[in-house]
Design a protein around this ligand. Structure first.
Ligand code: HEM
Length: 462
């Protein structure tokens, strides 16, 4: 089967399928298209055709690093041109600096290293707990907004010792405002023709200002750290990047690359993890028996400690199943794109020319009934029970991407999410006072839209 025979919705000339795709929540539309058109389908938007893959067998092939490589396209390519530069996320695999940074950063992101980040993760988690504990009766919590404050502050503190103090502000820190605008602009440009982008003079000027502001702030942090010399903190990510040497090449990272990495961690690490926490809380609210079991585990493991330890967090195995299951239904980075090195055939029948981008649509992949059974669309942490997982191929569950280019922050995100979800369950009853119905919103990542709840300190403890 050639590319032009791959099925997909019929679009209008020129605009393609742009009208079939809801700009605010495209993912739900794509999941429905996967159901209708099958394991691989095609959507046409102005300027390009995208192939979306969600069949488990096809994805397994596409994840083979010897035949396929990550492709940096669309919004990611727009980011690379700016201040995010060639950070790990946006660099090509054959860029020598990607290898060097990858080699230097693997150890600081290992499970072992996560022990060192516990005090800082706890520092920020405490700020969330204190905020929630001090609400007046009847006040609401905007879950994704508070979770974004938490994850952003956590990665900035663990990453480079900087405090955004998001819990003490109504409007985001200027750096965060600049970052959000830069991300929004890189997305907007994906939907525009190059000429249109050039005509938007004000947007261009704002983009340049924002990028300069971000580069300047992070650049100063790096310079200050270097100036501290021997006395400098070497336990956070910045300290480890400044002192780290790639064993393969014997070289360290240049400052502009360290800067790109710091900004990359903020971009890649905050919305994804905050979306995960928001979806997990949503699913717990809607599944009281799961919530009861998760809470029983937390009560047993945490007891009434005010400062959970690394060991305690890693003993929360059922909470971890809840998180893994949330990422199955709503992988908050909802896809990744790869292309074959050479002309190839996948699934024994689809002819894919070299370098053709194929986007793995993980939310659709993860709902495959052939893998998870007839209740694949339902939230059920039993899907993630260790004995169940042992029977499925690792290729069918890809919330963190795949192979060499998989998420380097996975352990970081999971530890942070387990700590915070554990502390929330330990301390609060969650009240779904609006009977929230899930709607998602997608920017670079996907999260529940307009998700408000009430929280009440548990009467039975503390
Ligand atoms: C890569 C998901 C948290 C840093 C990725 C990729 C996915 C992903 C799907 C692969 C992207 C691709 O192939 O194009 C997630 C999810 C997270 C999360 C779902 C939370 C639940 C984090 C955190 C950090 C981080 C906390 C940093 C502190 C990165 C980086 C890469 C990456 C640097 C690029 C790795 C490389 O190509 O060398 N992530 N991520 N992520 N993630 Fe995450």
């Amino acid at each position: 089967i050639e590319l032009d025979q791959i099925p997909g919705p019929h679009g209008l000339p020129l605009v393609g399928n742009a009208f079939d795709i809801d700009a605010h929540n495209p993912i739900e539309g794509f999941i429905a298209m996967a159901g209708e058109y099958g394991p691989i389908f095609k959507v046409t938007v102005p300027g390009s055709t995208r192939l979306m893959v969600s069949g488990p067998e096809l994805v397994e092939e596409i994840c083979d690093d010897s035949r396929f490589d990550k492709i940096v396209g669309g919004g990611l390519a727009n980011l690379r041109n700016g201040v995010v530069g060639a950070g790990l996320f946006t660099a090509d695999t054959d860029d020598p600096l990607w290898h060097r940074a990858h080699n230097i950063l693997m150890a600081p992101f290992s499970v072992q290293a996560m022990r060192d980040y516990m005090p800082r993760m706890l520092d920020i988690a405490d700020q969330l707990m204190e905020k929630w504990a001090r609400l007046n009766p009847g006040e609401e919590v905007d879950v994704p907004a508070d979770m974004t404050r938490l994850t952003l502050d956590t990665i900035a503190l663990c990453g480079f010792g900087f405090r955004f103090n998001s819990f003490y502000r109504d409007t985001p820190h200027p750096f965060v405002q600049a970052m959000v605008r830069v991300l929004g602009e890189s997305q907007a440009r994906m939907r525009q023709l190059p000429l249109q982008a050039r005509l938007r003079v004000r947007a261009q000027r704002q983009l340049e200002e924002d990028q300069a502001f971000m580069a300047d702030l992070v650049g100063r942090l790096i310079a200050e750290r270097r100036a501290e010399g021997e006395a400098a903190d070497t336990t956070d990510l910045l300290g480890r990047m400044i002192t780290g040497v790639d064993k393969q090449s014997g070289e360290g990272l240049p400052d502009d690359n360290i800067r790109a990495q710091c900004i990359t961690f903020l971009v890649a690490g905050h919305e994804t993890t905050s979306g995960l926490l928001s979806f997990a809380i949503y699913y717990l609210l809607k599944n009281p028996e799961v919530l009861a079991r998760a809470r029983a585990e937390v009560d047993e493991v945490f007891g009434d400690t005010a400062a959970p330890t690394f060991e305690q967090v890693h003993r929360l195995t059922y909470v971890r199943q809840v998180l893994d299951e949330s990422l199955r239904l709503w992988p908050t980075a909802p896809g990744f794109t790869r292309a074959p090195f050479q002309d190839t055939v996948i699934g024994g029948r689809y002819a894919i020319p070299a370098h053709t981008p194929l986007t793995v649509l993980t939310p659709a992949l993860h709902r495959s009934t052939s893998v998870w059974g007839p209740d694949a669309g339902e939230f059920n942490p039993e899907h993630m029970a260790p004995e169940r997982l042992a029977a499925v191929s690792p290729a069918v569950y890809k919330p963190f991407g795949t192979g060499m280019r998989a998420c380097i922050g996975r352990q970081f995100a999971l530890q942070e999410a387990a700590l915070v979800l554990g502390m929330v369950l330990q301390r609060f009853d969650l009240i779904d006072h609006l009977d929230y119905q899930l709607r998602t919103r997608t920017t670079l990542t996907v999260k529940p839209d307009e998700f408000h709840i009430q929280v009440v300190p548990r009467p039975d403890v503390h």
